[in-house]
Write a new protein. Sequence first.
Lengths: 717, 170
Amino acid sequence: MPELHRVDARDKLLGRTRYIDDVNPPGVLHAAFVVSPAHRGRIRRVVLPPGFDQAAFTIVGSGDIPGVNLVPEPVSDEPFLAVDEALWRGQPILAVAHPDRDTARAFARAVQVVVDEEEAVTDPAIALDDESRVFGRELLIDHGTHEPPEERWLHLSRTYTTPHQEQAYLEPQGMLAEWDVDARHMRVTGSMQCPFFVKEAVEVILGDEVAEVSVCQAEGVGGAFGGKEDFPNVMAGTVALLAWRSGQPVKLVLERDDDLLITPKRHPSRITIESWTDRTSGRLRRLDIDYRLDAGACQTLSPVVLARGVLHVAGGYSCPAVRVRGRLFHSDTPPNGAFRGFGAPQGLFALEAHIDDIAAELSLDPATFRQRNVMHAADSFPTTQPVAEDNLADCLNELLSQCSYDSLRADIDTWNMAHRHKLGIGLSLGFHGGGYTGGGETRLASRVCITLHPDGAAEVLAANVEMGQGASTTLAVCAAQGLGLPLSRVRTAVPDTARVPNSGPTVASRTIYIVGNMLRRLGANIREELGDIDEWCEKAGDELPRTFEATYQPDPAATFDEDTYRGAAYRHYSWAACAAMVQVDADTSEVRIEKMWSVVDAGALVHPGIAMGQVYGGMTQACGWSLGEWWHKPGHGRLGSLTDYALPTAVDAPPFDVRFLHTDSDISKGLGELPMDYPAPAVRNAVLHATGIAIDDLPLLPERLAARLRKDNTSVC
Amino acid sequence: MSNYILKQFSQQPAMIDISFTLNGETTTITTDPLRRLLDILRDDLGLTGTKEGCGEGECGACTVLLDGKPVTSCIVNAVAVHGHDVTTIEGVSASPDGRLLIDCLYEAEAVQCGFCFPGIVMSALAYMRAGGIADNERIRAALAGNLCRCTGYEFIVKGVAEACRRWRDL
């Protein structure tokens, strides 16, 4: 079989792929937000600036919304446009549109918004320490056996924190709305992960004014990582409102500083882990975890992030008694949202750091301690769900031989005795439940279609977007595998709600795991029904094109009680083990990641090259989160540009040695989020090995490390 | 700096004629001398392959070659290109080294969302044309001005290294 390359790569390389900023229908108006300058307070008045021909602008505020001014979310508590209260700095208050983009932006920035400012809390450290700020449902997992801890067990309690993280997709948020006044049809095209979410948002904001809404992914979506899961609802609602009001096409592309100011980020966390470990056996006996997320000003989808967070925070370890309490805390910042990992990276940072802290107390090698406690088949998750396989232990063992762990660690210890700049190696384990949590996939009831066309081509119809992760190629590969056709005969349709069935949002590592596996089965069923597809197509004649459909089939045995958090939270888990080698500069305390190794189990791979690209990219985002990405820097306000917000460059990203665990599984498991979940604590643990300093707060900034080195009166030198 | 900030200083700019070579062809436009090269390319000339990611010269998505050197076109003004040579992503496939680079990145599975790639290709092409060799560290340094959030750079470096290797062998 010839090597298969991504179907979208060549056009993207040549600059031919059209992203939404490249699309300008005749008569298009350009939009911009007017946002709150205050963190919190009553909006007293809005003064339009002099020096502009105000008749040339379309201006809309909350009072112009014919439908409901609430963005549809798991908890719909965020207005599209602010009403009387400003809830965070950067909250959209008005939207304006003008034929000239720069004039629209200049006008929006010149609008004066007067707010009676009230006291606001924007620092996650303050918000997460104040129990009066808890809002939304508290989650509790507590199914273990609670013997009283024995005196001789090691008792350790530590608190770990992680910061905001900006998705920093290279293409800023962008959306276009076109209004057909006669048909009362609103057509929306843009940069998004979830076309059917966007469709619902436009229906909500326009109410009875609209007869039909159709939503299509722009040809190119320039990265998303969760950042284009829910905010496109706000973008689309706003441009649709402007298009309805003006009767003209309206496009809104955020400038980078607005994108950084307005849109959701990864939730900051504060996680306290109290552990009891048997000193003799080196086995975990009990974990008591307090998991806190800073949700920002509204709940929106944070309860779902919290759910995944509490279900991942106990890590891939066997422990007979685990109690996890999860809570959301309110702060006066943008509602935090989806970002690759979705609550798991925060929990795994805390847990995997804690594992090294326990190992240090017991004077055990961190690898040995992990080997003694890693999950095996027949162990169970804190929800009582049985663990199905030994794959995490296999990942760990393969990783240790892959990086020659024992000899490398010994070599590093020898090297460090003779050198000022210290090396260190750190480990971490990770896992990620595929698809929606609990009964989510059953409720979604995803549908997919494959259409056979007269020219012999098969077309995949699904709502999952190509946002860089390779879905337009991999979904076609899945269908081709089922149908027994070459990839050249199978293509994936551009997701357009007018054409494709609702196969659910492009989130939760579910595109291949749920939709891809459905397509493979549907393809196989078609082949079984029709026999030789080429022969059948020749005979079918007028019957073509013919469309075949499948609906997601839940496993009746896998149930999850969403009240008690007992049962099968996810049907399949992906697993990984990681090692990071760092060098800590003796003069600057700067941490440099020299190399990273990982062994990953994602089941049957659809496309090895694309899968590998997902792992490299996710791990690099985790490197950025661990070392330098810091959006809310206390004392510096929030960082409004990519110059201040330090993303890893080609020089910062380490070389990787990644291998996939070989298994005989025929299921393709989730892969998108996993590689973001676990590398950060490996970096932290490597710094601990290098310096003896355990930093419990991300990012691992040189100034933090230097301060600790001074405080502990030790020196890397 | 974006145009709306410039407009505060010059509400009605004096327009001037700018002549430059664009992808091998002489191009003359009448424009505000402070207009960003990025806007001239995308909005005035319809060459939308060059992307805007940050508007402040940081992300590198808008990289073009100015007299063969990579520059971020969001912080280059119209006057700066008068009499000079500009190559954009649309001009890359006209050259054999450009085609080779595109092929190698394609085969390396380097692309994900693609938004940074028009800029990455321009920086990598400048590296090749400066006699760049298949050395990972040097390639990484040459690409340090181009942010990519998707890929972790590994396959990009591999693709560029392969292009350097094959170009030398030709």
